[in-house]
Design a protein around this ligand. Structure first.
Ligand code: LLP
Length: 435
């Protein structure tokens, strides 16, 4: 039922009174993540891809409550680092639901993951360079391995996140079959993998289809029961990555997920029993999160009104890093001001407290005329939001509240000033408590 589980939740769909009450109770900036919406997003993915392995790309949001919700919904976890594997284990993912994607992995991460794999032999390592295979073998690893391939075709919302055509990622396509066959002498090669990039829009579906078709061809070549030159590999799956985009602008259409699923099936062709795997991150969590921030300064300038807020690029990096658009809604609340719906609209810039010009959420944005004390909701902030937050300008990271079944729970407390210096104080022995 599309009404019960719509393909997109807009910032205007959130309950303004609820958000205002949360900001009043927990202060701002505040991340709010709705676990019910996370579950809905998982359900839409599972029903569009009913016979695929769906692996949540944990990097989009590693909060424990989110990981648990995703695990309960039935998705696997795709992890990019030892830290992500550690979090996924803590959230209850067993080895058979863990996929570690090693990109130029630090030795410490390989040591950790090889150790985990000894205890959890179902874990799969995805590797995209012969050196990585050698480094795994040097550590005695001979377990499940998936070969990451550079498909030579990419897509994404920004060049910085278009991976499929970037030489950093994966073994070049025309060498992949040879590397996979060699790898099979040392590991249990179970799959091939490629990832086009992040934030694939409806108009980039041709690139997605091309990637999928190439991966389907590769899998068939490797599993060909009657090859001229080599024995077939016993692959389990073809992983075509994540990247499904979500609408950030209010008038953007959502991806037609069932159509994407059909196109994917069509492009991959007959897999002769191999499973199809996908790795969505953003799609699972993006529209389940908002960042609440309070306007503290409203300044008229010759170039227009600048609204200063207490969240900055440290809390939500995407606008500064990728010129990303995030919808913003004025929820009101300033003393003596009418409700936002009764105010005129004004085109404003919204900027944070950090000493960089790039610390700006938008320019020329039409909002219900903001006043000092208003609460603003920055929408579609659930993916790569808290996850990319940092402490630049010595700013403690925000708190995060999770909503589930109508209950609100603080799942990450607001950082304090003392958190900024913990590592320093532990290094010089002046920390009162070891964390
Ligand atoms: N699989 C692999 C191997 C990946 O590297 C990624 C994302 C995904 C899956 C999930 O992609 P998604 O479905 O979330 O688009 N910080 C950037 C996004 C970086 C994504 C990196 N890799 C942003 O805020 O747009």
């Amino acid at each position: 039922d599309a009404d019960a589980n719509p393909p997109v939740r807009r910032v205007s769909d959130w309950d303004a009174d609820r958000l205002a009450a949360l900001a009043a109770e927990h202060d701002t900036p505040l991340y709010v993540q709705d676990l019910d919406r996370v579950r809905e997003n998982c359900e839409r993915l599972l029903s569009a891809f009913p016979d695929a392995d769906v692996r949540y790309a944990v990097k989009a949001h590693t909060g424990r409550a989110v990981l648990e919700a995703v695990r309960e919904a039935g998705l696997d976890a795709e992890c990019a680092s030892a830290g992500e594997v550690d979090r996924a284990l803590a959230a209850g993912f067993g080895g058979d639901r863990l996929h570690y994607t090693a990109v130029n992995p630090p030795a410490r991460d390989l040591d950790y993951v090889v150790d985990v794999a000894e205890r959890e032999p179902g874990l799969t390592v995805t590797a995209g360079a012969v050196d990585t295979l050698d480094r795994l073998a040097e550590r005695g690893y001979d377990g499940r391995l998936c070969l990451r391939v550079n498909p030579g075709v990419g897509a994404g919302h920004h060049a910085k996140v278009t991976t499929g055509s970037a030489p950093k990622f994966g073994v070049p396509y025309d060498r992949a079959a040879g590397v996979a066959r060699e790898a099979a002498e040392r590991f249990d090669v179970v799959g091939v993998h490629a990832h086009a990039g992040s934030g694939i829009d409806p108009d980039q579906l041709d690139s997605h289809r091309e990637l999928v078709a190439r991966m389907g061809d590769l899998a068939l070549e490797l599993t060909d029961p009657d090859p001229a030159d080599a024995d077939p590999l016993d692959l389990e799956y073809v992983d075509v990555g994540g990247g499904f985009g979500v609408p950030y602008r209010e008038d953007d259409d959502p991806l037609d997920l069932p159509a994407v699923a059909d196109a994917t099936r069509d492009a991959v062709g007959d897999l002769r029993g191999l499973a199809l795997a996908i790795e969505p991150g953003r799609y699972v969590v993006a529209d389940a999160g908002v960042l609440l921030t309070r306007a503290n300064t409203v300044k008229p300038t010759p170039e227009g009104t600048v609204v200063g807020v207490d969240a900055g690029m440290t809390d939500l990096l995407r606008p500064a890093m990728y010129d990303a658009y995030h919808p913003i809604r004025n929820l009101g609340g300033a003393d003596g001001e009418p409700a936002p719906a009764d105010r005129e609209t004004e085109s404003v810039a919204v900027a944070g407290p950090i000493c960089e010009t790039g610390d700006s959420f938008c320019t020329d944005r039409a909002l219900a005329r903001p006043a000092r004390g208003d609460l603003l909701a920055i929408g579609v902030a659930g993916a790569y939001g808290y996850e990319m937050a940092n402490q630049y300008n010595s700013r403690p990271r925000p708190a995060e509240v999770a909503l589930a079944d109508g209950e609100a729970t603080v799942v990450r407390r607001r950082e304090r000033l003392a958190d900024l210096t913990t590592a320093e104080r532990e290094a010089d022995g002046t920390a009162e408590t070891e964390v």
